[in-house]
Design a protein. Structure first.
Length: 412
């Protein structure tokens, strides 16, 4: 019995010691007396930009230290940390299905009354609400993105090509490029997520505005709503290249930068990476035409980055101060310039000439959210598309995604 008491006593000491260490860690106070907050963000390409912005913030707020976390596969890491109740203070993430999961887990603070929302375009605030399924706002829309057709201006000029306005013109343009022996579209399907950008545009412009509402109500299916998108996706694959299933995102950025293809079906987030590989490339972006009515196709644009606070932060004032700093016009402009993004704030314009072709769509509000933002991650849309591009069987693909949706989707 005495031995048992000793074991219990030692275990209690270990638990108390561990608890003390955890408390010290979460306290956020460093040895020099500064309050330390963690900024966890998922964009690897923005790490350097945030390092610079954090340095400016710390200069203005010498009593606060901001530690940036940007791990590989960040959203998986974040979900693991939620399960352990080890949340960062400030989170930078996209407005996608993971946001809903965090809101449902009550991991994010309600920011509906935040002054940082002042001047944010209502359409993007609504996107955050729609994705999260909540009436409250659980993140400040910061930067927005767009998927278009990135094209090599020099190659277009040399081949006498014009920017296509319709789906048939896009295919005709791809045909002309193919006949010259060049690659029309560069694909990077080794990275499953790269199957999504072009599919999102095709689906968003053909599925119907209330597709997901009807899907949740059991009134439609992917087999019905995404049939046109799947068939057009297959058509695009005819204009790819050898081993497109073996090429990764970085391979595609480099290949396009080096003139290996005339067009690249990607988001504007790829532009800084392309320019790193070839600073002298002459590139532009035009709206991805999906239908045969000029100007009808909407640009897929979502909240690429929102800023949220964890409900568990012990430093809400410091977290709030950091977010309000990032959302000032001056700082937001710096982020836009370095990341080729569009702003969620009214009046802040992306001036990079490479994305000039998308400005009219934004100006007239011809934008629509990413369909995959409404598909639970457990469905594995990117993996299903990766399998689809290998087997190229649209009927089998649609049947499988319907089956996966039935298993995991939240029915309303």
């Amino acid at each position: 019995m005495n031995t048992l008491k000793k074991v219990v006593f030692l275990l209690l000491i270990v638990i108390l010691a561990f608890t003390g260490l955890t408390a010290c860690k979460k306290d956020g106070a460093s040895k020099d007396g500064k309050v330390e907050i963690e900024f966890f963000q998922y964009k690897t390409e923005a790490r350097g930009t945030f390092d610079k912005l954090i340095a400016k913030f710390e200069k203005e707020n010498p009593e606060i230290r901001v530690v940036q976390s940007n791990p590989p596969d960040a959203m998986t890491v974040l979900k693991t940390r939620i399960a352990k109740r080890d949340m960062p203070d400030v989170i930078g993430m996209g407005a996608d299905v993971t946001l809903k999961e965090l809101v449902d887990a009550k991991a994010l603070a309600d920011m509906s009354d935040s002054p940082a929302l002042d001047g944010i375009q209502p359409a993007y605030v609504q996107m955050v609400k729609d994705v999260s399924g909540a009436k409250e706002v659980y993140g400040i829309p910061y930067a927005t993105n767009a998927v278009g057709v990135i094209y090599n201006k020099k190659m277009f000029k040399e081949m006498g090509l014009k920017v296509p306005q319709t789906w048939d013109e896009l295919i005709a343009t791809a045909d002309k490029v193919k006949k010259t022996g060049k690659i029309p579209f560069y694909f990077t399907f080794k990275d499953a997520w790269t199957t999504l950008p072009s599919y999102n545009v095709l689906a968003a412009n053909t599925q119907g505005e209330d597709f997901f509402e009807k899907l949740h109500a059991g009134e439609t299916s992917f087999s019905k709503g995404h049939q046109e998108a799947a068939n057009k996706y297959l058509k695009l694959l005819e204009y790819g290249h050898k081993n497109q299933n073996g090429k990764a995102y970085n391979d595609g950025n480099t290949a396009f930068a080096n003139g290996e293809s005339a067009m690249y079906l990607q988001g504007i987030w790829a532009i800084p990476e392309i320019k790193k590989a070839n600073p002298n490339i002459e590139l532009g972006v035009f709206p991805f035409p999906v239908t045969n009515k000029p100007g009808e196709s909407k640009v897929v644009s979502g909240v690429d980055l929102l800023l949220a606070t964890a409900t568990t932060t012990e430093h809400p004032e410091e977290a709030k101060k950091f977010i309000e700093f990032l959302t000032t016009d001056k700082v937001a402009k710096e982020y836009l310039a370095q990341q080729n993004a569009f702003s969620a704030k009214q009046g802040l314009v992306q001036k990079d000439p490479s994305v000039e072709g998308l400005k009219e769509s934004f100006k007239k509000g011809a934008v629509v959210d990413f369909p995959d933002h409404y598909v639970p991650s457990a469905v594995g849309l990117d993996k299903l598309l990766q399998e689809f591009v290998k087997k190229q069987d649209s009927k089998a693909y649609l049947k499988k995604i319907d089956a996966e949706w039935e298993k995991v989707a939240d029915r309303k």
